[in-house]
Design a protein around this ligand. Structure first.
Ligand code: SAH
Length: 340
């Protein structure tokens, strides 16, 4: 059965038409799902009882249940949600001075196997539907009473490994009748699935693409990211360049600094050479320690030196502020491990 909250306006319209209902019922339904964000079909009081009955019988309505919320001393909140089938996902709320952000999960687990990331340790359980991604935002807005300004798809999972659901999610989140979040305020991060980067570019959305690069040489990248054995850095960067050409949106490059592994001056120079002449922005993140993995973050000095070398070579680079590390809410630390 199809989940109503995962259906685009067009899909709702054809469902409603196929049931012989009046076309305006689709928009009413959409308003209940994404405007008022009801948790049950019974609450859709302006729909005729017969239509509500049919919806109850022939459709599902996904609602996430809030399991726990941990609050960090920096204001970051890590949410654990329970999905309708009992699976769990985590989402993170971050109050920045430039606005409120939510980091959304796109899969339960992940099958990409990046060595420094906790989300992939148990493999992939399943993809999330669009409604399950949206609900993370809806429930966080309900809980905090705040309006979210930015959404980053950087939680558990590889979003481009779940492309169709991701596209529906972006369309629904930016729909004028729904949450109406500007696509410019949505960032999707990928470990670098080249064919899917090209498919995403063809959709010509106004979202920002972030590539998790983490190394400037193929051998070094292959040591920490299995996906690098499938696609070379050259092929991956070519796809990102094309993404920029097709969409006009500058690509961000994520680089997690691991002490003694990829944080030397030669690494910084190699990265600068790789990105030279591209409309690139680099986000430097000292790797977050993850239990069961022995990667150590680069020291403060090394991080600053790395940034300086990039900037001297004309590459824009920012150091990502660590948020929520004390509640395991920082990048790469999300993992289902709470007891019932
Ligand atoms: N699968 C996607 C999005 C999820 S991870 C991707 O790979 O991009 C979001 C970002 O956090 C990625 O850049 C990822 O490489 C990074 N990350 C994962 N584990 C990390 C860790 N322990 N420390 C710092 N960054 C980490």
């Amino acid at each position: 059965m199809k989940d109503l909250r995962s259906m685009t306006m067009e899909e709702l319209q054809s469902l409603i038409a196929s049931w012989g209902e009046k076309p305006f019922r689709a928009a009413q339904l959409f308003d209940w799902l994404h405007g008022k964000r009801v948790k049950s079909i019974a609450e859709m009081t302006n729909l005729p009882a017969a239509l509500r009955g049919r919806l109850e019988k022939d459709a599902d309505l996904t609602t996430l249940r809030l399991h726990t919320c941990q609050v960090s001393k920096d204001g970051t909140r890590k949410y654990l949600f329970v999905l309708p089938d009992g699976e769990r996902v985590e989402s993170v709320y971050m109050p920045h001075d430039y606005g409120k952000s939510v980091c959304v999960s796109s899969q339960v687990g992940c099958r990409m196997g990046c060595r420094f990331c906790a989300s992939t340790m148990d493999g992939l359980a399943r993809n999330l539907f669009a409604g399950e991604m949206l609900e993370q935002i809806y429930r966080i807005e309900e809980d905090t009473g705040e309006k979210i300004d930015h959404v980053v798809v950087m939680g558990m999972g590889e979003p481009l490994d779940n492309l169709d659901n991701l596209l529906a999610f972006i369309r629904l989140l930016s729909h004028p009748r729904g949450r109406n979040l500007s696509q410019r305020h949505i960032t999707v991060s990928t470990c670098g699935l080249v064919p899917q980067i090209r498919k995403l570019a063809a959709e010509k959305l106004a979202i920002t693409l972030a590539l998790s690069l983490h190394a400037a040489h193929d051998e070094a990248r292959q040591r920490i990211m299995p996906v690098a054995r499938r696609y070379s850095i050259a092929e991956t960067l070519a796809a990102c360049e094309d993404y920029f050409k097709i969409t006009g949106r500058r690509v961000s490059y994520e680089y997690a600094l691991v002490r003694g592994e990829n944080d030397r001056e030669t690494d910084a120079r190699a990265l600068a050479a790789l990105l030279k002449g591209k409309k690139a922005h680099v986000n430097l993140i000292p790797v977050n320690p993850v239990s069961g993995r022995d990667f150590a973050p680069s020291e403060g000095d090394a991080v600053l030196r790395f940034q300086k070398i990039l900037e001297k070579n004309g590459i824009n680079a920012t150091i990502r502020r660590k948020m929520g590390a004390d509640i395991d809410g920082a990048c790469g630390q999300l993992r289902r491990r709470l007891a019932e």
